[in-house]
Design a protein around this ligand. Structure first.
Ligand SMILES: *Cc1c(COP(=O)(O)O)cnc(C)c1O
Length: 390
């Protein structure tokens, strides 16, 4: 058997060593607490589950078992457009400017197939979600990494992008509120991004799954609020993170109609759409679950305070993030790198954190803690970290 060379392009999996350690510790009967993965611990809201069950059993809907791509739920793009209008004041044509996705990851992985030919460049923030880069490599393109530095508010410096790179770039990935750094962006930054994209004829893909996971009254803007942004932008958002629906696989892209139609052409030849009952449930979430999101945010905010206050009590100096459900912190002095810190912490405390290096070289020197773990487990983990590092 001969594997495609394409697979050799995937960067080595940096969590492999930690994964082995976790398995070994667990095999020895140790109680390992992983704070590594960003996947909500709380259940999907009950009315959304109820809507799924209603729709999958609905005898009136003769299409309920059919390909969701061939017989899409008309209300889903309408509910997305209404939500954008209400939340951001952005007008969208549900027929042309909204495209349902089987999770944002579906969009992120397939967008390069629509816009990147071999040799083309995608501008990719680093540290960042690994699929921006891997999707580009699969399509035969190359990533030009835009490092995100703390001193720049974890925003890329467009002036640092070489002219030749800008000229052959077709796509630019952005992500705010940012995973993993938790940084937020203001409209002024988005304006500069749009200006840059116009100048170099680049499509901006703004991946914004944490737009609703915000704290202390902060409201995250949409990049489409920038005047003229729709000419050069699509924005991805997902039901996964605000409504605890990661396993359901429902998300959407909105914005430039031509770009969405190109993406749809790839998707029509890749998948066959989302089960109708899931689309109905998505409508329910978008239309009726604002209060639920607020309740979730209160939970994450409390956990955020616990984690940041504990670390700051141990000598860190971390600002409380205003969004996402992560805490991003520098590796303390005395450790060679983020991998050895995570590994030693696991040995000393049985707690797993994510080494920043896993999000690319520019993530080195940091680690990430996810807040998607039950309060008691998180409290226990922070107590163990305090005991191990004090
Ligand atoms: C979770 C996450 C995604 C994937 O979300 P799905 O909609 O569940 O596929 C995409 N981008 C970032 C930055 C994420 O953190």
């Amino acid at each position: 058997m001969q594997r495609a060379k394409r697979l050799d392009k995937i960067p080595p999996y940096l969590f492999a060593e930690i994964g082995r350690k976790i398995a070994k510790a667990r095999a020895e009967g140790k109680d390992v607490i992983s704070l590594g993965i960003g996947d909500p611990d709380q259940p999907t809201p009950d009315p959304v589950i109820g809507e799924l069950i209603r729709a999958i059993r609905d005898p009136e809907d003769a299409n309920r078992h059919r390909y969701g791509g061939d017989v899409p739920v008309r209300e889903f793009p309408i509910a997305v457009a209404e939500w954008y209008q209400k939340r951001f004041g952005v007008e969208l044509d549900p027929g042309k400017e909204v495209l349902a996705l089987m999770g944002s990851k579906d969009g992120i992985a397939h967008i390069p197939w629509a816009f990147i030919d071999p040799g083309d460049i995608a501008l990719v923030p680093q540290p960042g979600y690994p699929v921006y880069n891997v999707g580009t490599l699969f399509a035969g393109g190359e990533s030009h990494f835009m490092p995100l530095y703390q001193q720049n508010g974890y925003q890329p410096d467009f002036d640092a992008i070489p002219a030749k790179v800008a000229a052959s770039a077709k796509l630019m990935w952005l992500c705010y509120p940012n995973n993993p750094t938790t940084a937020v962006a203001h409209l002024e930054f988005f304006r500069r991004a749009v200006e840059f994209a116009r100048k170099h004829d680049i499509l901006i893909c703004h991946d914004s799954p944490y737009s609703e996971n915000t704290f202390d009254g902060y409201q995250s803007p949409s990049l489409l609020q920038v005047e003229g942004a729709k000419d050069v932008t699509i924005e991805l958002n997902s039901l996964s993170k605000p409504y605890n629906m990661t396993g359901w696989r429902i998300a959407y892209a909105v914005g430039n109609a031509e770009a969405l139609s190109a993406l749809n052409l790839v998707k029509e030849n890749t998948d066959s759409g989302i089960l109708r009952a899931i689309q109905f449930a998505g409508v329910k979430a978008l239309r009726e679950q604002d209060t639920f999101v607020q309740q979730m945010n209160a939970i994450y905010q409390r956990r955020r305070d616990l984690v940041v206050d504990t670390l700051n009590g141990l000598g860190w100096n971390i600002e409380k993030p205003r969004a996402t459900f992560y805490v991003w912190a520098p590796v303390p002095d005395g450790y060679a790198n983020s991998g050895s810190f995570a590994s030693e912490l696991l040995d000393k405390s049985g707690v797993v954190v994510t080494p920043g290096r896993g999000y690319g070289e520019a993530g080195e020197g940091y680690f990430r803690i996810s807040l998607t773990y039950p309060d008691e487990r998180l409290r226990e983990a922070m107590q163990r970290i305090a005991d191990a590092l004090r």
